[in-house]
Design a protein around this ligand. Structure first.
Ligand SMILES: NC(=O)c1ccc[n+]([C@@H]2O[C@H](COP(=O)([O-])OP(=O)(O)OC[C@H]3O[C@@H](n4cnc5c(N)ncnc54)[C@H](O)[C@@H]3O)[C@@H](O)[C@H]2O)c1
Ligand SMILES: [Fe+2]
Length: 426
């Protein structure tokens, strides 16, 4: 472990990122810089919806050939990756375009990784296992969202263990990301809500991460502000261009934050739910988020005050403890407003599976940067709360921390009745 003052922080993102209405039209011109025949990796719905056809048209207009691979399933699997690799090789494609949300981008990254490095996608689980670059990838994003179109993360389900593998490698960052809000206008309300809460989770987990820096903080706080101001509107009226546009920026900013500061227990636990039950990633995150952050609160209460403010809450005159508690309630309110189910039981999660999922969550790479370190029993307790909690039942932070003390952010011991928590906020 490095000494204080000796940790080197890095900042990764694609070299070129195109944003704004109409940016998707340039995909052919962008892809032409890297090859002459594109494999368009997407999912079955987008392949049928006309969106994939639109991309094929843009690519052909630029003088390139295109083949569509519609095999990215939700929570994409190692099988999806190897089916896509076969399509790529059979059709002699030399560039990949992903079209869709996180599932399409992650499948495309997986295909590009194995095409460039050989072997099996499972060989690349963990940090920086690639020795060769992946095939060039242009990611056209349609949800707001996972930010996978601009991250170095590739999340693939291992079909033997049902665990979502985290492949974290700077070499699987897409060459170009495209975020065109016009591609997001037809998202149904439930998908808008789930993917928007995923983006909020990215921003919050990155902001309280042990690897946060002023650079990731700036991105995370702006993302939280934009989400709190625009997610409800985008859910209420999908045709609200302004809200869609701002959500596209928000998910991208949240990506800038977590791509570098990484995540925490929310994602470590949500990955287990996704792998075990094939549940929507954003919904799992949204349900877990307030419970995990309630657990994290005593590690970095001042950070939760910032989060409360970024969520638009007026915390003037409150103690740090009260204001931090407001952040948790505000997250919960947003989830409720956008129609996220109140607990995991509503999604069919069974209490008998919690222990194995908690054990696996502790091994997930995302758990390494959580601000408060937990034991398996703590993770089980968080799962149990999230399993049955109803909206409005969250315990007040002051009650939850009356007697607790723990090892906090960067290992410092933090007491629930710490004097700093009772200082008033100006
Ligand atoms: N690599 C990363 O950095 C990263 C980060 C977070 C999550 N993820 C992963 O991303 C996956 C989730 O991705 P997601 O939440 O974007 O969903 P998704 O890609 O699984 O898509 C969900 C559904 O939405 C549909 N859809 C997508 N765009 C649409 C649009 N514009 N209009 C209508 N329907 C549309 C798809 O066809 C699909 O049926 C999970 O596997 C998760 O683990 C990856
Ligand atoms: Fe996520």
């Amino acid at each position: 472990m490095s000494k204080i003052g000796e940790t080197i922080f890095s900042f990764f993102m694609p070299r070129v990122n195109l944003m704004g209405a109409g940016s998707a039209k340039t995909v052919g011109e962008q892809a032409k810089k890297f090859g002459s025949k594109a494999l368009i990796v997407t999912d079955a719905f987008l392949a049928k919806s006309g969106m994939a056809e639109q991309i094929v048209e843009y690519v052909r207009k630029a003088g390139m050939e295109a083949v569509v691979f519609p095999g990215a399933e939700p929570n994409p699997t190692d099988r999806n990756v190897h089916d896509g690799l076969k399509a790529l090789q059979d059709n002699h494609c030399d560039v990949i375009i992903s079209l869709g949300g996180g599932s399409s981008h992650d499948t495309a990254k997986g295909i590009g990784i194995v095409a460039g490095n050989g072997g099996h996608i499972r060989d690349y689980e963990g940090l920086d296992k690639m020795t060769q670059p992946m095939l060039p990838l242009i990611a056209v994003n349609t949800t707001a969202g996972t930010a996978s179109e601009m991250t170095r993360f590739c999340i693939i389900t291992n079909t033997d263990t049902h665990v979502k593998m985290a492949i974290v490698d700077w070499q699987c960052t897409p060459n170009i990301s495209i975020n065109d809000p016009l591609m997001m206008m037809d998202m149904p309300a439930s998908l808008t809500a789930a993917t928007g809460m995923d983006a909020l989770t990215h921003a919050i987990e990155a902001y309280v991460s042990t690897l946060a820096t002023p650079v990731t903080d700036a991105s995370a706080l702006m993302a939280i502000q934009l989400i709190s101001k625009n997610l409800r509107q985008a859910v209420a009226n999908g045709k609200n261009f302004e809200a869609r546009d701002k959500m596209a920026y928000a998910e991208f900013l949240a990506g800038m934050a977590f791509n570098n500061a990484s995540l925490g227990y929310v994602h470590a636990m949500a990955h287990q739910l996704g792998g075990f039950y094939n549940l929507p990633h954003g919904v799992c995150n949204a349900i877990l988020l307030p419970h995990v952050e309630e657990f994290n609160l005593i590690a970095c209460p001042d950070r939760f005050v910032d989060i409360a403010k970024a969520l638009g809450e007026n915390v003037a005159g409150m103690s740090i403890r009260e204001a931090a508690d407001v952040a948790i309630r505000s997250i919960r309110q947003l989830s409720k407003d956008v129609g996220i189910p109140s607990n995991l039981a509503e999604l069919g999660v069974k209490s008998e599976d919690l222990r194995i999922m908690a054990e696996n969550a502790m091994k997930d790479a995302c758990s390494l940067t959580n601000p408060r370190s937990a034991k398996v029993e703590d993770i089980i307790k968080i799962f149990q709360k999230a399993l049955i909690c109803q909206y409005g039942e969250l315990k007040k932070y002051s009650e939850a921390t009356k007697t607790s003390h723990s090892h906090g952010r960067h290992g410092a011991e933090v007491h629930g009745d710490n004097e700093v928590l009772t200082q008033e906020i100006a």
